[in-house]
Each structure stands twice: as C-alpha cells, then as structure tokens.
Design a binder for this molecule. Structure first.
Ligand SMILES: [Zn+2]
Length: 108
C-alpha cells in the first residue's frame, strides 16, 4: 500500500479510507482520493509537503513562457493549487495564472 496522504486541513497522517477518497479521523474532513496522481507527495525546496491552499515564497527568479517579465525570487504566493505534471503548482501572481515547479518554492 502506498503512503497515505496527510489530511489537507489538520495535517494528521493516516486518514480513514472512504468510498472514493479519504476521511480524516481527527477533524472529519473528507477529500477525494488522489494517491495515484502524485499530488499527495509534492514537496517544496526544503522537503516540506505542500497542499492546496498553502502559501509559499518563490526562491528563484522564474521566467514565464513567452511573456514579458517573470516571477522574482521572494515573491509570495498566497494560495497555491496542486496540479499533476511537470510544474506541480498553479498559482496566481499579480492576477496572472502561472505554473511553478515545487522545487522553486518554499512554504511560507
Ligand atoms: Zn484532519
């Protein structure tokens, strides 16, 4: 059995298995199972587990594809969304939707 994800709300490990996902035995939060798409195991530059809604700080100047400007090191992102793929974090910076690699951020 693969590692179970931590509860995205209270971060307690080892959730209960529900019909189509997980249920936290501590706070009662239920969420859809995503153990197979890798979203439960995305870590920042320091190895901290990231979850939807986390606030992070960019630690490297990032270029954005085909557009002027980019994201500067030190930029704070208030609420990330995890997606599957090469760039694991979807974020809004200055009203722009961006994809950022998890290795270039740290949890705020
Ligand atoms: Zn919980």
């Amino acid at each position: 059995m693969a590692d179970l994800p931590n509860c995205p709300i209270c971060t307690m490990p080892e959730p209960l298995l529900a019909d189509d996902g997980y249920e936290c035995g501590t706070c009662g939060h239920e969420w859809l199972g995503d153990a197979d798409n890798g979203l439960g195991n995305i870590r920042d530059a320091n190895g901290n587990l990231l979850t939807d809604g986390d606030a992070v700080t960019v630690i490297k100047d990032l270029k954005t594809d085909g557009k002027a400007g980019g994201v500067k090191s030190g930029t704070k992102i208030k609420s990330i969304r995890l997606v599957s793929g090469d760039h694991e974090i979807e974020a809004k910076v200055d009203g722009r939707q961006l994809l950022v690699k998890a290795e270039f951020v740290k949890k705020a």
